[in-house]
Design a protein around this ligand. Structure first.
Ligand SMILES: Cc1ncc(COP(=O)(O)O)c(C=O)c1O
Length: 401
């Protein structure tokens, strides 16, 4: 536009570019070395059930053209039934069937919840550090973010309670209770109860985003906040246990939120892919298969997590300390080497052919100058050891500069 006015809506100013993308772009422009990625939380090729999906495609299409039609905005009935039964028996979520919406991954649920709940200036409480995709999704609706610190027991609900007592009135509190992205932390049982109480007392919605819950390496699963009390939107996804490319997730929300969410989704895309939903339903129908598949994933990621933690301890002791996650795909690591900042380390690591993500990516206003997120999902144990060795070399490069 040549009249000096921005062509963009005000909300576009909230959408920042990603340091990670910039780092990767810089690396691919300047460097031909094979990059080992400790950055993204994607399933590796062997985690994707290609054969089972191939067979599911045949069965779905053999049943006729239904899978190629539009479907109700809430989702395909068979899939809703299967998910509801699983949520009730596995997690004890009460009466989910009538309060569910299938979404294009849980990412779409985040966007739709932001759209129907957040006016500019409304308070959104988030984990600090928090999932960058949620921060971006909500940012489009221009809330005031309030970050609450996370420690090994997850988001610090005592600090949140103090803020609420001091007058904070959030519309929602977003968190990843199990093996959080990016911190790897798991919300302890007592804080789950506390958060449910705070939600009930102060009337804000807890957005409980749980894409990693089934990927637990050790110990007993803790009850979802959605089974305890308060106002809770429980978000699930098949991206980490079947395949992210299908783009199938779901939200189970309080009754008052069902209609607005369905109307917002209708406006956004009418419905999530009928075909993809039918494929997921086919996979879930075979309970023996999906149980064995998830067990295989747990073994795969547990082995990789152990390889990462062992390599960091062996190669980087005293220079980088990685937290021990009990599931999921991530470990949060703090730089102990004096005077090294996370962005400098990520740059140096990239020139050594390793991608990792600096801590400031996971905040709305900076912070975590000496922390990085490490994902162990995509590399096999030998590659992980090599990647960590290269991070050690990157720290050496920074020390001699
Ligand atoms: C915590 C969390 N929530 C949501 C998502 C989005 O997942 P999807 O939209 O593929 O279900 C991710 C993806 O990495 C995630 O880590």
């Amino acid at each position: 536009m040549d009249d000096g006015m921005s062509p963009f809506a005000a909300r576009v100013g909230q959408l920042r570019s990603s340091t990670l993308r910039d780092l990767v772009a810089a690396a691919s422009a300047s460097d031909t070395q094979h990059v080992l990625s400790l950055a993204g939380g994607l399933p590796p090729a062997q985690a994707l059930p290609v054969d089972a999906l191939h067979a599911a495609v045949e069965r779905v299409l053999a049943a006729g053209g239904d899978a190629l039609q539009y479907c109700p905005t809430e989702g395909v009935g068979d899939l809703l039934d299967l998910i509801a039964a699983d949520l009730q028996t596995r997690l004890g979520i009460p009466e989910p069937r009538g309060r569910m919406v299938i979404t294009a991954g849980s990412q779409q649920a985040l966007d739709l919840i932001g759209k129907v709940l957040l006016d500019p200036g409304d308070v959104a409480v988030v984990e600090h550090p928090g999932y960058v995709g949620a921060l971006r999704a909500f940012a489009a609706y221009q809330p005031r973010f309030v970050g609450v610190p996370v420690d090994d027991g997850g988001i610090d609900t005592a600090q949140l309670a103090e803020m609420l007592d001091a007058g904070l009135r959030p519309k929602l509190c977003y968190l990843v209770p199990n093996f959080s992205n990016p911190s790897g932390a798991t919300l302890c049982a007592q804080r789950r109860v506390h958060l449910a109480e705070l939600s009930a007392r102060h009337g804000f919605l807890v957005v409980e985003d749980d894409p990693y819950g089934q990927l637990r390496f050790t110990g007993e699963a803790l009850p979802p906040i959605a089974t305890i009390g308060g106002q809770v939107a429980y978000l699930g996804s098949f991206s980490k246990v079947i395949a992210p490319g299908l783009r199938v997730g779901y939200a189970v929300v309080p009754n008052w939120l069902v209609r607005p969410l369905v109307v917002a989704k209708q406006a956004a895309d009418l419905n999530s892919s009928t075909f993809a939903q039918r494929l997921v339903a086919e996979i879930l129908k075979d309970q023996a298969f999906i149980n064995a598949h998830v067990a295989m994933l747990v073994d795969l990621y547990r082995e990789r997590a152990q390889a990462l933690l062992a390599a960091v301890e062996r190669v980087l002791r005293g220079r980088l300390r990685a937290r021990v996650p009990v599931g999921g795909m991530f470990s949060w690591a703090s730089i102990e080497a004096r005077g090294v900042d996370a962005i400098a380390l990520c740059r140096a690591a990239m020139t050594r052919g390793v991608a990792l993500v600096p801590g400031n990516e996971f905040t709305v206003d900076g912070g975590f100058p000496a922390d990085v997120r490490l994902s162990f999902a995509m590399l096999d144990p030998d590659e992980i050891t090599e990647a960590v060795t290269r991070v050690g070399a990157a720290l050496d490069d920074l020390a001699v500069r």
